[in-house]
Design a protein around this ligand. Structure first.
Ligand SMILES: CC(C)(COP(=O)(O)OP(=O)(O)OC[C@H]1O[C@@H](n2cnc3c(N)ncnc32)[C@H](O)[C@@H]1OP(=O)(O)O)[C@@H](O)C(=O)NCCC(=O)NCCS
Length: 177
């Protein structure tokens, strides 16, 4: 568990599979992911088993405590964790009913703290569709800078869209001051 009772993330467990599958399959989430394939229960279980063996990919569930009970708010994705070059990919999906309340911002602060202060990363990178205005605004606010563009890499609504690569260095992390 990383954070406080008000907001924390913890490693994803088997009991989280269904709420995480529902979050993934929600059209408003899928639209913003690189792979827009919906996942059924069998696929989700197989994916979780292989993910659990991986050292370079991790999934964490974002939660808060309300009246002593845990409420699930979203999912943190860490991929391509590289402890030699000290960089990694990050991602976050907040459940639809909890979006637009500042939770993405607070969770990104926690994620950056964890990546730089615990995992000792030098740089964290994310991919965002050029159409994802809310995501881009949030990442810029957190100090992520555009590093490159994968031109016409995402196909949505009958059109190709650019995928933006954004990175945050440890030295530029607003929390690290
Ligand atoms: C992207 C996401 C993680 C952000 O989490 P959130 O809890 O909604 O974000 P917050 O409420 O902390 O902040 C959103 C910010 O975007 C702004 N915003 C909201 N809609 C916006 C829009 N259409 N254009 C620009 N900015 C927008 C908000 O005003 C807020 O900025 P502010 O704090 O400066 O006012 C969440 O919306 C989500 O899971 N979306 C669907 C899946 C997704 O996009 N995943 C990421 C893939 S890269």
């Amino acid at each position: 568990m990383y954070g406080t009772d008000e907001l924390y993330f913890r490693i994803m467990e088997e009991r989280d599979l269904e709420p995480m599958r529902i979050l993934h399959n929600d059209p408003s989430t899928l639209y913003n992911l690189t792979d827009i394939t919906p996942v059924n229960e069998v696929m989700q279980k197989k994916w979780f088993e292989s993910m659990s063996q991986s050292k370079s990919s991790k999934r964490y569930v974002v939660c808060t405590k309300q009246g002593g009970s845990e409420v699930i708010l979203g999912l943190v994705r860490f991929n391509e964790i590289d402890f030699v070059n000290r960089n990694m990919l990050v991602g976050l999906d907040i459940m639809p009913q909890f979006r637009g309340q500042g939770l993405g911002t607070k969770t990104y602060k926690l994620m950056c703290d964890y990546c730089f202060k615990e995992l000792n990363m030098h740089k964290v990178t994310l991919y965002v569709g050029n159409f994802n205005d809310r995501g881009k605004h949030l990442y810029q606010k957190m100090g992520f800078k555009e590093e490159g563009v994968l031109k016409e890499a995402l196909y949505r609504d009958g059109k190709y869209h650019d995928c933006i690569i954004m990175s945050l260095f440890r030295r530029d992390c607003l929390n690290n001051g």
